[in-house]
Design a protein around this ligand. Structure first.
Ligand code: NAD
Length: 477
């Protein structure tokens, strides 16, 4: 039995705690118990947050920013257990997953703290053509006015870290709206940032009903940019609504793990099951489709089924659970319905497909048709659908590219001809050979194409570039 200390939270507007009577409840997906409540911000709250952010001119030196970011990284580790408990309570993911999330956020702050020490200014000599002059052109970066950030539920800490850490590294002021499903961790992070010395004007957190406040966030006269991570439909709404603002849109994925006939099947099956079930399958880059060539499919399916069976799925707070719940019962019911439909259309259930409330255990289905909804749409949960493909790399690439998404991919083969063809032919932002699609380090460029994003990348370094205006100046020299 888990004891929950219910948190009744306030907004953080430039560090000021602002409250009101209208509340959103956050419940533990495993039991339905109350974990906390947050205010529904008013439009005036949102306006005040953006006005304050735009008016404030940060003066932190690179060293100051470095120190704040490093201190935050250290505070995250010092409070790892408490933060991981809170993530598990509001999101339902296992303690193994939530502990890992804290270490990822540590990396984000630690790397941002290092990267902000480095000036990426460039120098161009101008005397390099017949028209040249004895001058030099220099580049320098300046922060924007306020940045609006909106994050999804699936990594309540790390998605927020990826927004705010590069913002601090570049001396920006940010107003964040975390998911109303998991807003508590973001508020806790704000307090750690203030404790680490961040001027409170540089970070505000607004919680509330998106239908009431999001349009104001997208169109505020005080902001220059919106950075959004979430699903495709809201991403496209933002693309249309936030007119003439810089937009960084990191949207849904439907990533394949591809297994060719030469692959070590044991290793590939481990990647498949881990990639599909970590974080309860709720990662934008989770393995959402497995494409295996027919000649090795029988053996591969056996291995995947055995490994899925070995996953301990249950009480998220138990240290023994590998996997906890998905975000809510509604999501679990959707996966169940999609799997039912796939089975009705001829797929074979190999394991799982039991649901209890929001707990939906890893579910292996074989012989899934590429056009089945469970693989054509993003299924944001622990479903492991196997699509058998012809023994022909071009057919595999065609099937892989046949959805609207283009985020990432994993490829299991040692054949260099295949590898080069996949890198060239897969319509995605990332190709990981012998790794899950989600493999990355927190500073490497990351992001998708097609419906998964506009091709502008995140990852600490890329985000730092998007969060700044590049200015050039030239001098006679
Ligand atoms: P979602 O799109 O439902 O919500 C994301 C955020 O948008 C939430 O904070 C929500 O309150 C807000 N929102 C709701 N209505 C809005 C509106 N009209 N205008 C602006 N914002 C609005 O996503 P989710 O269910 O929280 O998260 C899951 C999705 O996020 C999946 O599709 C997943 O693939 C995607 N995701 C993408 C990445 C990536 O880096 N590409 C990473 C993680 C998650």
């Amino acid at each position: 039995m888990t004891t929950i200390n219910v948190r009744h939270e306030t907004l953080r507007i430039a560090g000021r705690r602002v409250d009101n009577q209208r509340r959103i409840e956050v419940r533990y997906p495993f039991t339905g118990e109350l974990v906390g409540t947050v205010p529904k911000a008013t439009l005036d709250d949102v306006r005040a947050a953006f006005r304050t952010a735009a008016a404030y001119q940060p003066t932190l030196t690179r060293y100051d920013r470095h120190r704040i970011l490093q201190r935050t990284a250290e505070l995250l580790l010092a409070h790892q257990e408490d933060i991981s408990d809170l993530i598990t309570l509001e999101a339902g993911i296992s303690k193994k997953d939530s502990r890992y999330e804290v270490t990822r956020a540590y990396d984000v702050f630690m790397l941002s703290g290092l990267l902000c020490l480095q000036d990426d200014a460039e120098v161009f000599s101008c005397d390099i053509t017949p028209n040249g002059q004895k001058r030099k052109i220099y580049t320098t970066r300046a922060p924007l006015r306020a940045i609006a950030a909106i994050t999804p539920f699936n990594h309540p800490l790390n998605q927020v870290a990826h927004k705010i850490a590069p913002s601090i590294a570049t001396n920006n002021c940010m107003v964040l709206k975390p998911s109303e499903k998991t807003p508590l961790t973001a508020l806790l992070l704000a307090d750690l940032l203030y404790e680490a010395g961040l001027p409170p004007e540089m970070f505000s957190v607004i919680t509330g009903d998106p239908a009431e406040i999001c349009d104001e966030m997208l169109t505020s006269e005080y902001s220059d940019m919106i950075t959004f991570t979430g699903g495709v439909s809201i991403g496209k709404y933002i693309a249309a609504k936030a007119a003439y603002k810089r937009q960084l849109l990191e949207l849904g994925g439907n990533d394949p793990l591809i297994v060719m006939e030469d692959a070590d099947l044991e290793r590939a099956a481990t990647l498949a099951v881990n990639g599909a079930t970590k974080n309860s399958g709720q990662r934008c880059t989770a393995v959402k489709r497995i494409l295996v060539v027919e000649s090795v499919a029988d053996r591969f399916v056996e291995l995947v089924t055995d490994k899925a069976r070995a996953i301990r799925c249950g009480d998220p707070m138990s240290p023994d659970s590998d996997m906890g719940t998905v975000i809510d019962e509604e999501a679990a019911r959707l996966f169940q319905r999609r799997v039912d439909d796939a089975i009705a259309a001829g797929a074979e259930l190999k394991h799982g497909h039991q649901r209890e409330g929001a707990l939906y255990c890893p579910t292996v289905i074989d012989r899934v048709a590429p056009e089945a909804e469970v693989v054509l749409q993003e299924t944001f949960g622990p479903v492991i659908p196997i699509i058998r493909c012809p023994n022909d790399i071009e057919a595999v690439i065609r099937i892989s590219n046949s959805t609207a998404y283009g985020l990432s991919s994993g490829v299991c083969t040692d054949n260099l001809k295949y590898i080069t063809r996949f890198i060239e032919g897969l319509e995605v932002g990332t190709v990981n050979v012998w790794e899950v699609p989600g493999y990355r380090i927190e500073m490497s460029p990351f992001g998708g194409i097609k419906d998964s994003g506009l091709g502008y990348k995140e990852g600490v370094l890329e985000a730092m570039k998007h969060y700044t205006n590049l200015k050039t100046y030239s001098l006679p020299w």
